[in-house]
Design a protein around this ligand. Sequence first.
Ligand SMILES: C[S@@+](CC[C@H](N)C(=O)[O-])C[C@H]1O[C@@H](n2cnc3c(N)ncnc32)[C@H](O)[C@@H]1O
Length: 358
Amino acid sequence: MKPDTIYCGDAVELLDRCAEDSVDLVFADPPYNIGYVYDQYHDDRPNEEFVEWCRTWMAGCQRALRPSGSFYLAIGDDFAAELCLAGKALGLTLRNWIIWHYNFGQNMKAKFTRAHTHILYFVKAPDQAVFNADLLRFPSARHTEYQDKRANPKGRLPDDVWDEFPRVCGTFKERDGYHGCQMPEALLTRVILASSRPGELVLDPFVGSGTTAAVAKRLGRRYLGFDLSDEYVRRTRKRLSEVRDESTLAPDEDGWPALHTDMLLQIYRETKVSLENLVANTIAMEVIAGSLAARCGHRYEVDEVAQELHRCAASAALPKLPNDRRFSPRRRQNDAAPAAYQRRVTRHRTRKTPTRAT
Ligand SMILES: C[S@@+](CC[C@H](N)C(=O)[O-])C[C@H]1O[C@@H](n2cnc3c(N)ncnc32)[C@H](O)[C@@H]1O
């Protein structure tokens, strides 16, 4: 298999062609067997057949991983338990059962709204697994609330419930618009920073719209991606042609490289403190400057970090935190531009009968 390539074909067959112990990180976001509409794949198999199929491609991922490798598997409620057991049966070690909690979940009429996805984080050999803790840190409440000088000056690690990554919605700049399950780039950035090093190989056996490969390339990793759909593969290759390795860029007369600003905005989301309160807190700002230097390999001083946050706020690029702005009534979107909001993409459709009795 040639690194930095997207292959069109069946994941099981393509995984068979990967050399043993050749991949450093797998991120797999397979179909969830819930009747989703894809270009080439019919997402509605008998349960046993689906689980058996997952066991087969998971074994392929396990074989391809190096001993220091990690395997992240995103899956819905219906099969998370079965696939966790399948991973353990393959000899993988579960490090975290991560819940990705997002807003804008699909509304339900007679049960609670579903607003999460499971991400099972396995490693092949716990004593050799890569985990770059210092690339994930942000200020803790001890820094932001109490300005406690005894708190770890490097900051804290994220919890196993991830709520800083909104789903890629219709109006998002990063949305490609043709694939209904596009993962957020910020989520893949966390996974790739945590569990791989520059130059290492990241594999996504169900690459879809190409998020994993695009983020891997941007962060200076090599990538491999597979998908059954020639349409998705064609569009992923196009997406990748517009991405460059930004991992070694430094600021120049045009200002900060976009990757550094994105990393800063991610730390801001993680810290969950409004701009005004944050920039006034020098202890927290020191932690942010340190974490940013670890993530992007360039040290910005605290006042440069504050300036960049203010610049983002002025251009409306600062992420919105819950209730951090004054309420002001706005016109209803439907009055303003109904046509512009029509979605072109295939709509999400789930089957009528639930997978199991609930
Ligand atoms: C949930 S989506 C992945 C979305 C992706 N994470 C993204 O960010 O766009 C699952 C993908 O698996 C692909 N797929 C389904 N069966 C496959 C198979 N046997 N081999 C390879 N790809 C397959 C589908 O075409 C679909 O694009």
